[in-house]
Design a protein around this ligand. Sequence first.
Ligand SMILES: *Cc1c(COP(=O)(O)O)cnc(C)c1O
Length: 374
Amino acid sequence: MKPRIHYTKPSITELEVRYATDAAANGWGEHCYDYINRFEEAFKAHLGVKFAIATSSCTGALHMGMAALGIGPDDEVIMADTNWIATAAPITYLGAKPVFVDILPDSWCLDPALVEQAITSRTKAIVAVHLYGNLCEMDKLLAIGEKYGIPVIEDAAEAIGSIYHGKRAGAMGKFGAFSFHGTKTLTTGEGGIFVTNDSELYEHVLTLSNHGRARGQAKQFWPDMIGFKYKMSNIQAAIGCAQVERIDELTRRKREIFSYYRECLTAIPGLSMNSEPVDTVNGAWMPTVVFNPETGITREILQAAFASENIDARVFFHPLSSLPMFEERRANEQAWDVPTRAINLPSYHDITVSEQDRIVDVLREISSKKITDK
Ligand SMILES: *Cc1c(COP(=O)(O)O)cnc(C)c1O
């Protein structure tokens, strides 16, 4: 058996180890928030936003942000059907309903025309998820939000390093949320962050994030409302500080891995990869290939071929509307169809060229076999 090629894995250096060790040894008492404050400052500077609150997950950041926007029972929140469940779950925690619309065939992100059609009197927000680092059409989505007075939230969990018309993903909407889960470009093991330029929203989320205790409240142990407990620990933040110092290196490497795949795979007929339109940069969190229906190459064929080569390639997100908890929406044709002929390729930072070549060979072989079949 050839050695296993992993799908994702963090890039951890001496720096992360040094900071985490320092936090574990000294980050207590009066220093118990030092790395958290430093991490928030560094991430704000990277993104170009005014406010940030580090959290225990992106799910938690989304939950608090949506709660602060007043999303509640019977409200509707529009999002793409193609997604990880973490974007939809907080909507349901608040008693609201996620409304799943179809994706565009090239970016695999929200189709703005369908977003506009889905707006009702109950719509309280639109969530733009920049899938696999691919960017949503933010100009159009923000214009729709403006026209109807509906906030656009950015779930940028997969879009560290992605830039749209000079602006970083996560910095364009009413608020943004990121994930620092171990599979993401920048990691703290588990973790996330809430970011915004809106001072009022920031104050509200800050209070919520502290179990409802406002920072101006003079009385001790006095919550003014029911809040949440989604905090990042100082030790996690220490790892995050090292990762933010290395953020250019981390995103450059992701793009390099993606570019190499793209270079090697463009010659394969009927294969497309992550989109990168003019005046955008794709942070390339997850290099993904999609085969045209005419090729006859399916997810199952891809999964079997990669499994037999001991390569951990993963399936493209199932449409959320195909899950048992939600209402089925087969009319979302792209969201239901694209995953059936797609696969995510391994892309951890330390992957070698020869490992990438093994992956490329699998795809070339599948493709040439299919052509001679015909
Ligand atoms: C990873 C991910 C999340 C969830 O992040 P957690 O930190 O695990 O809560 C949310 N949205 C998207 C699009 C993701 O990829």
